[in-house]
Design a protein around this ligand. Structure first.
Ligand SMILES: *[C@@H]1O[C@H](CO)[C@@H](O)[C@H](O)[C@H]1NC(C)=O
Ligand SMILES: *[C@@H]1O[C@H](CO)[C@@H](O)[C@H](O)[C@H]1NC(C)=O
Ligand SMILES: *[C@@H]1O[C@H](CO)[C@@H](O)[C@H](O)[C@H]1NC(C)=O
Ligand SMILES: *[C@@H]1O[C@H](CO)[C@@H](O)[C@H](O)[C@H]1NC(C)=O
Ligand SMILES: *[C@@H]1O[C@H](CO)[C@@H](O)[C@H](O)[C@H]1NC(C)=O
Ligand SMILES: *[C@@H]1O[C@H](CO)[C@@H](O)[C@H](O)[C@H]1NC(C)=O
Ligand SMILES: *[C@@H]1O[C@H](CO)[C@@H](O)[C@H](O)[C@H]1NC(C)=O
Length: 542
C-alpha cells in the first residue's frame, strides 16, 4: 500500500547470467523444525545466497526476515521482507525506541551512522516519513551506504534511517520493501532493492520468487532473478497484475480471488465462484476479491460480509476473538482459492490456524478448553479505500509466487511445501517472455499486460557498484539461521533439540505462531483483527 507497509515475505535472490541471489527463509521457531534437512542455504556457483527466516518473537504475528548488513565496517541488521511496501530502512541507534531495553526494543539491530565511514545523508529528516497499515510510523533522513545481502555488497544504496520510530507492536525492526519504487515514502523516487539488484546486473529484471514453505518448516526462500522449479507443483499460471483502483496503473501486487471453496472435516462447500480477473472485481457486481499479495501481512483479510456469511458458518469453532483450539490444525480442512480464474491453490488448515504465545513469557496461550490456543488467520476487515485487501502469509505459505515487476505480472503455483528436492534454479532473462522462455514444459505463457506499469528510476545505474562480500551474510542452515534470542522456548525444550521428537510438539512451536504481547494495544488494529487484538494484544501487521 502506498506509504503503507504490511509485513513479511520470504525471499530468495537470484542473480542474472552468472548468478541468482537466493535467500532461504527459516521459520520463526527453531523448535518447529520437523526435519533434519537443512534448508537454510542453497549454494550455486555464482549465486547470491543468504538466509531468510521467520521467527516469532521478532514478529507481529509472523513476519519473514532476512539478514543484511549496512555500512563500513558492516553492521548487522535484520529486516522484515515486505512485498507491500517499497523502502528499505533501518532503525537508528539514536531512536528513542532503540534506547529502551526489554522485549519491545529494536529487535532487528540498530544502525549507527557515525560508525560507518561510507555513510552519507542524501535527504535530511524528515524526508523519510512512512506509516504502515497497523499504525506504526518511522521518520528520519534518507541516506546512502553500502548494503550487503547474500554474497553481494552494493554501494550507494539508498535507504531510510528511522530516527523516530513508533511501533504499534511494541518493538521496532527494520524493513525491506520489495514493491514498486513509485510507492516509496518520498517524492524523490530512487532505485530500491529490486531495481538496484537489476541495475547492478545481479539479476536481469525486477523479478523475484517467494516460497514461504509450510508453517512448521524452518526455512523457505526468496530467489531474486529466477524461479526454483523444485519448489512448486503443477505449472505456474501467469496473471496480469490488477491496476491500482485510484491510479489505474500497475503499482502494487494486486490480483483477484475469483472463486473460493472450503473443505471442513472432509466436506467441501463452494463459497463463491465466477468472479472475473479484471477491474470489475473492484465493484460490487463482481464476486471476485481484489487481493494484495503481501508477505508483510500475516493474515488474509476478507470483507466482513463475506466473512460473516461464508466463512464463519463453516468454521463454527472460531470464537468471537478469532481464536480456537489448536486441535483444529489437524482437521481434514482446507480452503481452495482460485486466483485470476486460472490457478487453484489449496491451503491446509494448519497454515491458517496458528498457535499464539505470550511474548513476555514465550509460553503458549491456553485456550478455554485447556488445549493450546490458535488464531484463525482469515479475518474480517473492511477493504481499504483503494479497493483491495491483503492476502498474507497464512495463504502465501501454500503458494509459490513470482513477483515480476518489469512485466506487471504475478506467476502463481501450488507450493511444494516440505520439499526435499534439490533446488532447480532457472535464471529468468529480461523481457516480456522471460518466464515463458525459461520454462521448457508446456506453459500457458504470459499475456502482455495492457496496463501501464509504474514508472521507475531510469538512470541510476552509474552510481552503483557491486562486489562480492567477504563472507556471505546470513549464511546458515536450520536453527542456526534463527537468532538465539528470537527462538521460542517452552516446556523446557530448546531450539537445538528440534531435530528429534519435534513433530510431536509442532503445535507448541508452530512457526506461524503469533506472539501475544503482554500489553494492551487495543484500538490500533484494523477492523476485524481489532477484536482479537484488543483482547490479546496479538500483533498482526497489515
Ligand atoms: C509438511 O510437514 C509437516 C510437518 O512438519 C506436516 O504436518 C505437513 O502435513 C506437511 N505438509 C505436506 C503437504 O506434506
Ligand atoms: C510525516 O507525515 C505525516 C503525514 O503526512 C505528517 O502528519 C507528519 O507531520 C510527518 N512527520 C514529520 C516529522 O514531518
Ligand atoms: C511517536 O510518539 C511520540 C510520543 O507519543 C511522539 O512525540 C512522536 O511525535 C511520534 N512520532 C511519530 C513519527 O509519530
Ligand atoms: C479449480 O477448481 C474448480 C473447482 O474444483 C474447478 O472447477 C476448476 O476447473 C479448477 N481450475 C483449475 C484451473 O484447475
Ligand atoms: C503473559 O504473561 C504475563 C506474565 O506472566 C502475564 O502478566 C500476561 O497476562 C500474559 N498475557 C496473556 C495474554 O496471557
Ligand atoms: C538522470 O538522473 C539525474 C540525476 O538524478 C537527473 O537530473 C536526470 O534528469 C536524469 N535523467 C533522466 C533521463 O532521467
Ligand atoms: C541473523 O542475524 C542475527 C542477529 O544478528 C543472528 O543472531 C543470526 O545468527 C543471523 N542469522 C544468520 C543466518 O546469519
Amino acid at each position: 500500500m502506498r506509504t503503507t507497509a504490511s509485513l513479511a515475505a520470504p525471499l530468495l535472490l537470484a542473480a542474472s547470467v552468472h548468478a541468482l541471489p537466493e535467500l532461504s527463509i527459516s521459520k520463526r521457531d527453531a523448535k518447529l523444525a520437523t526435519s533434519n534437512v537443512a534448508r537454510g542455504l542453497v549454494r550455486r556457483a555464482g549465486t547470491v545466497t543468504t538466509n531468510v527466516y521467520d521467527i516469532l518473537t521478532y514478529s507481529t504475528g509472523g513476519a519473514y526476515y532476512a539478514n543484511v548488513t549496512v555500512g563500513t565496517p558492516p553492521q548487522d541488521q535484520v529486516v522484515i521482507l515486505d512485498t507491500g511496501s517499497s523502502d528499505l530502512y533501518f532503525d537508528a541507534s539514536t531512536a528513542a525506541a532503540c534506547e529502551s531495553t526489554g522485549p519491545y526494543s529494536c529487535r532487528g539491530g540498530i544502525f549507527t551512522p557515525k560508525d560507518s565511514s561510507t555513510y552519507t545523508v542524501v535527504d535530511a529528516s524528515p524526508a523519510f516519513n512512512t506509516s504502515f497499515g497497523d499504525g506504526s510510523t518511522a521518520v528520519g533522513p534518507f541516506a546512502e551506504d553500502i548494503v550487503g545481502i547474500g554474497n553481494v555488497r552494493i554501494d550507494n544504496v539508498q535507504f531510510g534511517v528511522a530516527q523516530d520510530v513508533n511501533s504499534t507492536t511494541g518493538y521496532a525492526i527494520g524493513l525491506m520493501g520489495l514493491g514498486y519504487s513509485e510507492n516509496e515514502a518520498t517524492q524523490h523516487i530512487y532505485p530500491n532493492m529490486p531495481e538496484v539488484l537489476r541495475d547492478t546486473g545481479v539479476i536481469n529484471s525486477r523479478l523475484y520468487s517467494v516460497y514461504l514453505n509450510d508453517v512448521g518448516e524452518i526455512s523457505g526462500t526468496i530467489l531474486f532473478g529466477g524461479i526454483d522449479t523444485s519448489k512448486y507443483t503443477g505449472e505456474l499460471a501467469t496473471l496480469d497484475i490488477l491496476p491500482d483502483y485510484i491510479t489505474s496503473e500497475v503499482d502494487q501486487f494486486i490480483t483477484t480471488v475469483t472463486s473460493l471453496s472450503a473443505t471442513v472435516n472432509g466436506a467441501t462447500t463452494s463459497l463463491f465462484s465466477g468472479g472475473t480477473n479484471s477491474i470489475l472485481a473492484y465493484g460490487n457486481s463482481d464476486e471476485a476479491l481484489p487481493v494484495l499479495l503481501d508477505t508483510g501481512s500475516s493474515a488474509w483479510s476478507v470483507p466482513t460480509d463475506y466473512y460473516n456469511q461464508l466463512i464463519a458458518p463453516l468454521f463454527t469453532y472460531v470464537d468471537q476473538e478469532g481464536l480456537c483450539s489448536c486441535s483444529h490444525q489437524d482437521d481434514d480442512s482446507s480452503m481452495t482459492l482460485t486466483f485470476g480464474a486460472k490457478i487453484n491453490i489449496t491451503v491446509p488448515a494448519r497454515e491458517f490456524i496458528v498457535p499464539i504465545y505470550n511474548s513476555t513469557t514465550d509460553d503458549p496461550i491456553t485456550y478455554t478448553d485447556g488445549t493450546q490456543a490458535c488464531a484463525f488467520m482469515i479475518v474480517a476487515a473492511e477493504p481499504t479505500g483503494e479497493g483491495f485487501q491483503t492476502l498474507g502469509d497464512a495463504m502465501l505459505r501454500s503458494m509459490y509466487v513470482v513477483f515480476d515487476l518489469d512485466n506487471g505480472q504475478l506467476s502463481i503455483a501450488q507450493a511444494a511445501v516440505n520439499s526435499t528436492d534439490a533446488p532447480s534454479i532457472v535464471t529468468i532473462p529480461a523481457g516480456t517472455s522471460g518466464i515463458a522462455s525459461a520454462i521448457s514444459t508446456s506453459y500457458s505463457g504470459a499475456a502482455t499486460n495492457t496496463w501501464s506499469i509504474a514508472a521507475e528510476v531510469q538512470n541510476a545505474t552509474a552510481s552503483f557498484s557491486v562486489s562480492t562480500a567477504q563472507s556471505t551474510i546470513g549464511e546458515a542452515t536450520g536453527t542456526a539461521a534463527v537468532p538465539a534470542d528470537a527462538q521460542i522456548s517452552s516446556g523446557g525444550e530448546t531450539a537445538s533439540s528440534s531435530g528429534s521428537g519435534s513433530s510431536s510438539t509442532s503445535s507448541k512451536g508452530a512457526a506461524a505462531g503469533l506472539v501475544v504481547p503482554g500489553m494492551d494495544w487495543s484500538g490500533v488494529w484494523v477492523t476485524g483483527t481489532a477484536v482479537m487484538m484488543a483482547t490479546l494484544g496479538a500483533g498482526l501487521m497489515m
